[in-house]
Design a protein around this ligand. Structure first.
Ligand code: MN
Length: 132
């Protein structure tokens, strides 16, 4: 057994996020065959991911605030604490806070052998973000 030391809170890189985003690694890289990744991600009002997809899908569990998520070609959906959202492998989407609320979620996904567990695309524009 190992009681893990808390990792430092990191800021979301600007190439992957718009606005101020903070994450804590709860389950990071372990020796193979472990593939589990679990992060707490906190979005400040207006902050969101860029468009992206996950090679092995992703499960999000909202823990605080009010959030938004959109699949490419779909409507923006409001998400709340207690909700769990699954995006299947390769489905392009973004997630983040509303313009007026913080949002925190657990993000759970699996690594892949070649390291490309998440494929990142363009930022979510103000026009896309405001379209609800
Ligand atoms: Mn995602």
């Amino acid at each position: 057994m190992e009681i893990q030391p808390k990792s430092n809170t990191a800021t979301g890189p600007t190439e992957w996020f718009t606005g101020d985003v903070f994450f804590d690694v709860l389950a990071g890289a372990r020796p193979e065959p472990s593939r589990m990744r679990v992060y707490t991600v906190r979005f400040t009002p207006g902050a969101r991911t860029a468009w992206h997809s996950h090679a092995v899908g992703q499960t999000l569990h909202v823990t605080e605030g009010v959030g938004l998520i959109q699949v490419r070609g779909g409507e923006i959906i409001e998400i709340h604490p207690g909700q769990t959202i699954y995006t299947p492998p390769g489905e392009w989407h973004w997630h983040g806070a509303t313009p007026t609320d913080f949002m925190a979620h657990l993000a759970m996904w699996e690594a892949v052998a070649d390291g490309t567990e998440t494929t990142w695309g363009e930022h979510v524009t103000e026009e896309e973000y405001g379209a609800r």
